[in-house]
Write a protein that binds this ligand. Structure first.
Ligand SMILES: [Fe+2]
Length: 149
């Protein structure tokens, strides 16, 4: 009976997607990165959104996908991000989150709805590779975009 429940739960989790990637994992740590990337693919358009995966927020891409500009001067990297989104008391961008190519947190910029526009600026030293910016709307969730340095 227990094994039947486990089988059912496991099958349900596999149908559900992302969680199955963790539950059925039981594999060497070396494959975790691949599993995480698979999970991210499953969650794109569901838990977080992008221009090509707007999910339930289709039509809101223009006002939520953060625009990214990278300027590089030798080892100095300046990352600027902007979300073309209003900053109203009931609807605003809470923060921008900068992540490295493996989605590790680097820095964030929290916005004050009263005084800030949703624009951020990050200075990095010697970074090479892909960067992700997450832009978090209080109503329409987290949107990501990326750029390569
Ligand atoms: Fe929004």
């Amino acid at each position: 009976m227990v094994s039947e429940i486990f089988k059912i739960n496991r099958r349900n989790l596999m149908v559900g997607g992302g969680a199955a990637l963790v539950v059925s994992g039981a594999s060497p740590a070396a494959s975790m990165e691949g599993q995480t990337k698979d999970a991210l693919r499953v969650l794109a358009g569901k838990l977080f959104f992008s221009g090509d995966r707007p999910g339930r927020w289709k039509g809101k891409e223009k006002g939520h996908v953060p625009l990214i500009k990278i300027d590089k001067d030798n080892n100095n990297v300046l990352v600027r991000a902007a979300t073309n989104h209003p900053m109203e008391p009931s609807h605003n961008v809470i923060k921008h989150i900068l992540m490295d190519e493996n989605f590790n947190f680097i820095q964030e910029q929290v916005f004050n709805q009263q005084f800030d526009m949703p624009r951020s600026r990050f200075e990095l030293n010697g970074y090479k590779g892909r960067l992700y910016i997450g832009s978090l709307c209080n109503l329409h969730d987290n949107w990501i975009n990326w750029a390569d340095v």
